[in-house]
Design a protein around this ligand. Sequence first.
Ligand SMILES: Nc1ncnc2c1ncn2[C@@H]1O[C@H](COP(=O)(O)OP(=O)(O)OP(=O)(O)O)[C@@H](O)[C@H]1O
Ligand SMILES: [Mg+2]
Length: 363
Amino acid sequence: MNRTEQNLHEMILRNFKEAVVFADAQERIQIFNPVAENYFQISGKQAQGRRLERVIPYKNIKKHFDSVYENKESNHDVELAIHRPSPSSSSQEILILHCSFYPVFDRKGDTFLGCLATFADITEKGLLLREITKSRDLSTIGMLARWMAHEIRNPLSSLNINIELLREELGEEVELSQKEEIHSLINFISYETLRLENNLKEFLDFNRLPPLKFEWISLNEVLDSVVRLLRPDAQMKNAKIETHFQKKLPMAKIDVSQFNLAISNLLINCIQAVSEKGEIHLFTRGSKKNIFIIIRDNGIGISKEHLSKIFDFMFSTKPMGSGLGLSIAKKIISDHHGEISVKSELNKGSIFRIRIPIGQKSN
Ligand SMILES: Nc1ncnc2c1ncn2[C@@H]1O[C@H](COP(=O)(O)OP(=O)(O)OP(=O)(O)O)[C@@H](O)[C@H]1O
Ligand SMILES: [Mg+2]
């Protein structure tokens, strides 16, 4: 290859929107473009000449490279999920990749040179886009439930089988060679779990909660009934919930049951956050155009690092938390054309503020 040709190849790889990786017949990296650097968080320079599994340390991806090395056949359109360290924080983020793997031969076609792979990030699009489009006519919650059950059952049953296998493995004495196998089983389990998480995210994102039924109602009354329902939970902790409602608050146009759900999720978090003698205060205020609901607790508070993430789907700091409460609350508030914000200080408490516009001509 002359210099111009080489430059051209480099420019093509540099501008490619997908990650392109080529590992030679000895499984050493020879091509690693900038998008690959970003996905796998290692520079092209460092990757060059290194063994594949050191550069891309994901068993689920390695398995597909191995299959090309063994069978010399390509494998297209595979969807794989990886957990990679997040560049912005100490936590991990999920990347869902659409991948293809190809064997590469010399000009004569008889000598195998290595494996070329491409990866495209489809995390945003979501795994289930196709299924969602197909099922656009799903309208009743019953149909939806069946669809979700179906989506959840398949990964769950394979999860269970793998957990059983894992248990068997762990039952016997673990030798070094078995560790490999255990790791690959664990990887499989975590991939399937990611798939589940993704399906659930799609479920919420695609607006498949029951359609909103708006009615004009007194917000004070709605909030009062939620508080009455949750007061025993607070009392169990020797904590109290107090309401400070503005008299003659303007009526609001809301879906009562969904609004109940949003407020309950917020109050439950407050109850969980306070200790003995904790206090939770609920205020309402009206202005010309808006109604404000303020929920304040003197609980454990939220660290600066977590504050920007608490409304994220499945973000939780609780050992048994699913991290759904606030993302559902946020979705419901935004379906009411409102906003929710938070201020918090560690070990002092948190304040959640909701704004709901009055008389919004909603659907
Ligand atoms: N009032 C609060 N005080 C302190 N931390 C809070 C409060 N509300 C929310 N958080 C933090 O935000 C995270 C996300 O809350 P969210 O309600 O979405 O999930 P969760 O309570 O952990 O689980 P789930 O509500 O699904 O049972 C919590 O894990 C917690 O760290
Ligand atoms: Mg919660």
